[in-house]
Write a protein that binds this ligand. Structure first.
Ligand code: AMP
Length: 478
């Protein structure tokens, strides 16, 4: 097949998939924020940051691996840790005035929509879903302005006791706080020195300093909560994310336990009048082990689909007692290990029907043999996901469906053939006779405009693809 025809064919397949989306309505909760982004294009600025502190102190701090940022040196240590590995990372900040002032003193290049709900809802609106209902407990004017202004993207409100869906820009509250995450993106090949060590970033990625304002509570307010069964009746699926933002304690004495109980209730209410809703849980980097365990114990047993990256699946199986497997995934991201971890999750959680993991070199999903979608259909959902990611990496953002013409031009990465043969072999393995394994190699953009939200984009595309193909199949069977 000639190359250009290959692009056209792939583009047409993506469009065919997206055309089905116009029949799908989705509810999203809970996390939206503003991302302030700083792009490191060379080592100079990193070196200047290092020079503000004692190098020995930074080196010791990297060893300590702080899981919260309370001082700039902890930030620099975790930033360097991320840059040295070329791995994405997110660490919460314990905000106080002087630390905030220090961070505000850095120069940022851009502000844009952030948070999984923010990123995914704008994307799905552009992909022409029938209706995208995107909820966040806080909605300030600045935040509301970052939602794309389209008829299918709406915020749920209760007015005179009735559920009303309005555009975000018509729904903001003047006094709501604003959450700003600071994101440090770096390209491949940035060089700087720390002590005797010369560090060169092995690939482009980013480090996130996540803000956790006390006033931001992870919940659906009481009046709207009562309307969740009604929302459930008008949607096909939901994407839930942001649990990593729950704090262990709040200033009024409330604890994470309280908010997890509420979050569990939310899912049950959504499903109350519509048992067919498919619910996807999107994981993000979570530093606290106890928080991770709570998500595994309280949220995971209530969802149908799960999406995450290799670090998170490693962390999940770690809290389930599979230390060696977890370590192996963290070190090597081998597809054999990720598939084994996915199988452990499907065995442990009967409610789960699909586990999707994305890594730098591949996107894979595992489901049981009796899943209604066949291998080819499952592959289509993952292929669309890779094209969405390559488009976003290339352009920085997806503003219209035709932008995908750029993404389809990026070929599968160079490990594609060997990954395919590993998966084909595993399919013949006795251990996997009760499962369907699907894998698509990633389409890696050499110098991505940005890496923020690529994972969310992959998961959202794959999940909505999955739900829309299932719906198609059910409609045909009626
Ligand atoms: P996450 O770690 O959840 O943000 O996911 C990032 C995913 O985006 C990776 O697993 C890759 O599949 C994909 N990705 C990362 N960098 C690039 C790039 N430069 N071009 C295309 N896709 C990328």
């Amino acid at each position: 097949m000639d190359k250009d025809n290959g692009h056209v064919e792939l583009y047409n397949e993506c469009i065919e998939c997206i055309n089905n989306f116009s029949d799908i309505s989705v509810f999203l909760a809970y996390n939206v924020n503003v991302d302030a982004i700083k792009f490191f294009k060379d080592g100079q600025e990193v070196q200047e940051l290092i020079d503000q502190f004692d190098e020995k102190e930074i080196i010791d701090m990297i060893e300590k691996y702080p899981r919260k940022i309370t001082h700039p040196v902890e930030f620099i240590a975790r930033l360097i840790h991320s840059m040295r590995a070329g791995k994405p990372s997110e660490v919460p900040i314990l905000e106080n005035k002087s630390l905030n002032d220090w961070f505000n003193g850095l120069k940022y290049d851009e502000e844009r929509m952030g948070g999984q709900v923010g990123i995914i809802s704008n994307l799905l609106s552009i992909l022409n879903l029938k209706r995208v209902i995107a909820y966040t407990p806080i909605l300030s004017k600045k935040q509301a302005e970052m939602f794309v202004n389209r008829e299918n993207l709406l915020y749920p409100l209760v007015i005179d006791g009735n559920l009303v869906l309005k555009k975000h820009i018509e729904s903001y509250r003047e006094d709501d706080p604003l959450k700003i995450n600071r994101i440090f993106e770096y390209i491949e090949g940035i060089e700087f020195n720390l002590g005797d060590e010369k560090i060169i970033t092995p690939q482009a990625n980013r480090f996130i300093v996540a803000s956790r304002p006390d006033a931001l509570r992870f919940e659906i307010k009481e009046d709207l909560k009562k309307k969740l069964p009604e929302i459930g009746e008008i949607i096909d699926c939901a994407i839930l994310s942001g649990y990593q933002g729950i704090k262990e304690t709040y200033s009024d004495g409330k604890t994470d336990e309280y908010y997890f109980e509420k979050a569990e209730e939310d899912i049950k209410l959504l499903k109350q009048n519509n048992k067919n809703i498919k619910i996807h849980l999107e994981f993000a980097s979570i530093q606290s082990k106890s928080l991770r365990k709570k998500i595994a114990d309280r949220i995971l047993p209530n969802v149908n689909c799960l999406g995450m990256d290799d670090t998170e699946i490693a962390n999940l199986v770690h809290i389930m007692g599979h230390d060696k497997l977890s370590e192996d995934i963290i070190k090597n991201s081998r597809i054999e290990d990720v598939i084994e971890a996915s199988k452990i999750l499907l065995e442990e959680y009967d409610n789960l029907e699909l586990v999707q993991t994305h890594t730098m070199y591949y996107i894979m999903c595992l489901c049981r043999k009796d899943n209604p979608l066949n291998d080819e259909e499952l592959k289509k959902t993952l292929e669309l996901a890779t094209v969405l990611a390559s488009t976003k990496a290339k352009l920085g953002n997806i503003l219209k469906i035709e932008d995908l013409r750029e993404g389809v031009r990026i070929p599968h990465n160079k490990y594609g053939d060997s990954l395919n043969s590993i998966v084909e072999n595993l399919k013949n393995n006795d251990e996997y006779q009760d499962y369907k394994i699907t894998m698509v190699p990633s389409r890696l953009v050499k110098n991505p405009k940005s890496t923020v939200g690529l994972g969310d984009t992959i998961s959202a595309g794959a999940f909505i693809g999955y739900v829309s193909l299932l719906k198609n199949k059910n409609n045909k069977n009626i």
